[in-house]
Design a protein. Sequence first.
Length: 88
Amino acid sequence: MELAETDWGTVVQRRVRTEPADRGGWRIFHTYGLSLAYLKPAVSSLIKGPGATGWFGWYDSPVMQERIQTWFDAPDGARQKALADDIN
């Protein structure tokens, strides 16, 4: 495995590649964002799990998608909080 320190422009170009790491793809990259972007399941692109249409890495989780839909359908804030705890 290779640790490649790089600038953001290179990360943006490389993160779209789906090839294995030995052919120019990648396995993981570290970044950060504002906590507000991840506060609620409705706005967190990192936990939804939509596969090829999602965040780079293309995490696919039908179970997580179902849990998030249940969160959307919750009748009140208390139920949403309980479901968000389950999602986390």
